[in-house]
Ligand binder design. Structure first.
Ligand code: OAD
Length: 235
């Protein structure tokens, strides 16, 4: 494997599965229990904000105490030791990448431990439950505090920065994502069109597996550390 100067890594729910965070589309996943239109759209929040708050309060509480797994740790080690640039673009709203030690990190779908005021758009770290009774600490507007996560129908964060990274990436790695949700699902084609080598690491072939130059299937805690080791040894 040649040395790379700009590695871009897209991560999804499968990366955190072995830390105990449920995925969305696997059997028994979050979208088997909830209709995403009720809990993950602006329309759902307008219709039933109490239900949306309950859903994210439950998930935020479930995230407390979880730990990064061997895959998160391997990616942090790659960033710290690889001679080229390594950036993680995550669809995950948990904080496991940063807990593992990744710094060059983009949360394209937002963060569960942050709140956003839908009136003044101020955002801030937030670990407590959210409710309709809360007033925004910045503008004072009451009832509009929401989790700082990107919902269906909303534009993911940092898309200009991500497009620039994909334009210059020479290795694109997709880990633990089913390839169902755009724009993230389109990143592999964008990176490949710009000349990057593309690799999928996932429990099973994703919906976009044929778009990748190489695919390695297995649990993230096994395949990710092994792939990182290979990158570090072959550089
Ligand atoms: P999905 O639930 O759609 O896909 C998870 C992927 O991880 C599947 O392809 C699984 O096979 C794989 N997987 C499961 N366990 C794994 C393991 N131990 N090791 C490796 N892979 C494993 O989750 P995402 O693709 O992340 O967005 O979903 C993308 C977006 O859809 C999420 O960010 C979320 C969701 O709706 C919003 O809520 C806006």
């Amino acid at each position: 494997m040649p040395g790379y100067s700009n590695i871009v890594i897209l991560t999804g729910a499968g990366l955190s599965a072995e830390s105990g965070v449920p995925t969305f589309r696997d059997k028994g996943g979050i979208w088997a229990k909830y209709d995403y239109r009720d809990v993950a759209t602006p329309e759902g929040f307008a219709k039933n904000p109490v239900l949306v708050h309950e859903f994210y309060n439950m998930r935020r509480r479930a995230h407390e105490g979880i730990k990064p797994n061997a895959a998160h740790l391997a990616l942090a080690r790659l960033e710290q030791t690889y001679p080229g640039e390594v950036t993680v673009v995550t669809q995950n709203v948990d904080a496991l990448h940063e807990q593992a030690g990744s710094h060059n990190l983009i949360h394209m779908h937002g963060e569960i431990f942050a709140a956003l005021c839908d009136s003044c758009r101020a955002r801030r770290p937030w670990t407590a439950d959210l409710s309709l009774d809360l007033a925004c600490p910045t503008c004072g507007h009451k009832g509009g505090m929401r989790p700082d996560v990107v919902w269906f129908g909303e534009m993911p964060y940092h898309m200009t920065r991500i497009a620039k990274l994909l334009a210059t990436a020479d290795l694109f790695i997709s880990i633990g994502t089913s390839g169902n949700v755009y724009p993230a699902a389109g990143f592999v084609a964008e990176a490949a069109a710009n000349g990057a080598r593309t690799v999928e690491l996932n429990l099973e072939p994703s919906d976009g597996v044929t778009l990748f130059d190489e695919a390695i299937h297995g649990p993230a805690t096994q395949v990710v550390p092994a792939f990182v080791e290979r990158l570090l040894n072959e550089n």
